[in-house]
Design a binder for this molecule. Structure first.
Ligand SMILES: [Zn+2]
Length: 402
């Protein structure tokens, strides 16, 4: 298996090599024509066709669906789509949750081949997590018939602010035993491949960009409204990380200086107004002690007036915050994830109305908003595990075993 040319090129240090550029461009896109690859890599079209032929011979790339028409009409410059050989390269994404671990196994042509998870006792250590992941990964390869030796890298979606320069999670209420550790090094002991980590919201944005509602978008704002509030900023197809990896943390955007106290010590942060707790507490007066956030979201969608009020007030705060953020960034699209989306249009419409009321550019379009807010494709935790795979396919590792 050491003769796997795809892995050799993908993991090469020679980042200026034409083959490296082509393999990385395909890893990021899933598929592309030779002309698109020329445009993206800056390689001449003649160089590209020779290189494509070479990489096909080496089983690094394939033509997934060769179209006779496309071939006949374009001598020498086939418009057919190319992709990396799905049998030769695979990636694993991992979400270490508070009491479960989820993984996804994806091939190099972006085919989602397996997704599975296992329960684990809360407050588990990194090494216990690594062992559980290793077990799941083994099961996934066995179930799909893919070769474990084709693994290109492991991506991790971390439930807390993550410093991508140091590879350390700064804090996390969900995984307290994982804070301040070189997590990549722990994984590298078990997986002799590059390990790349990022926070969950950045991963979710990458999943939406690779498979979901932001497919093909180079610029957008991602906002996750779940138990907490997070987000990501995508510029030119890249995650904007900022000095400490905290770019896109929209949860601590201040909406009301006199608002409720936030866990960060400030007042009126968006997260302080939208965290589940802030919604569930007042709902108990109406529905009893056992009401949960997903139930409130569901009842709002069914039209219960009290639940509509709670969700639409939160949505109004979100719209106000997003309008402030977009006054700086002016993205063409906002993609929204997290379980607030369970409330459907009650949430999305109230947020869009509030956004449009507070955003400084108005009435430029006939009826639609200048900044549409759309629900993401992935619900629950799939966005994080798939986005963690996207890290492997799109990003450079922060750590790597010898
Ligand atoms: Zn805060």
């Amino acid at each position: 298996m050491s003769s796997n040319e795809l892995i050799k090129i993908f993991l090469s240090e020679d980042v200026g090599a034409p083959a490296y550029k082509v393999v990385r461009a395909l890893a990021e896109r899933g598929s592309a024509s030779a002309i698109e690859l020329s445009r993206h890599t800056g390689l001449a079209k003649s160089t590209m066709s020779a290189l494509v032929a070479e990489l096909k011979d080496a089983s690094v790339i394939i033509e997934p669906e060769p179209s006779k028409d496309a071939r006949a009409s374009s001598r020498g410059r086939p418009a057919v789509q190319l992709s990396l050989n799905p049998q030769a390269g695979t990636s694993v994404g991992v979400l270490p949750g508070p009491d479960f671990i989820g993984i996804a196994l994806v091939d190099a042509a972006h085919g989602i081949r397996d997704e599975r998870s296992v329960e684990i006792k809360p407050n588990y250590s990194v090494d216990q997590g690594v062992e559980a992941v290793a077990e799941l990964v083994q099961q996934a390869y066995a179930a799909t018939g893919l070769q474990r030796e084709t693994l290109l890298g492991v991506g991790l979606a971390m439930p807390g602010p993550f410093n991508h320069r140091t590879g350390v999670m700064l804090r996390s209420t969900l995984l307290p035993n994982w804070v301040d550790l070189d997590i990549g090094a722990h994984f590298a002991k078990r997986f002799d491949v590059p390990v790349i980590a990022d926070n969950e919201s950045n991963c979710a944005a990458i999943a939406e960009m690779t498979w979901g509602a932001a497919l093909g978008q180079q610029d957008f704002l991602y906002a996750k409204f779940d138990e907490g509030v997070g987000g990501a900023v995508i510029v030119d197809g890249r995650v904007l990380r900022g000095a400490l990896g905290a770019a896109g943390e929209i949860g601590h955007f201040m909406v009301d200086p006199d608002g409720p106290l936030c866990t960060c010590g400030s007042r009126g942060c968006l997260e302080a107004m939208m965290r589940w707790d802030a919604i569930v507490r007042p709902a108990r007066a109406l529905f009893g002690e056992n009401i949960t956030f997903p139930q409130i979201a569901g009842r709002a969608q069914e039209g219960d007036p009290g639940c509509v009020r709670l969700i639409s007030d939160a949505a109004a705060a979100a719209g106000r915050a997003l309008a402030g953020i977009c006054a700086v960034l002016n993205p063409p699209l906002i993609v929204v994830g997290g379980r607030y989306v369970l409330a459907g249009e009650v949430f999305l419409r109230a947020m869009q109305e509030s956004f449009d009321r507070h955003f400084h550019i108005r009435d430029q379009t006939d009826g639609g908003s200048v900044t549409p807010i759309v629900a993401g494709t992935f619900s629950n935790n799939r966005d994080s595990t798939l986005g963690a795979v996207g890290l492997v396919l799109r990003e450079k590792p922060f750590t790597r075993s010898a």
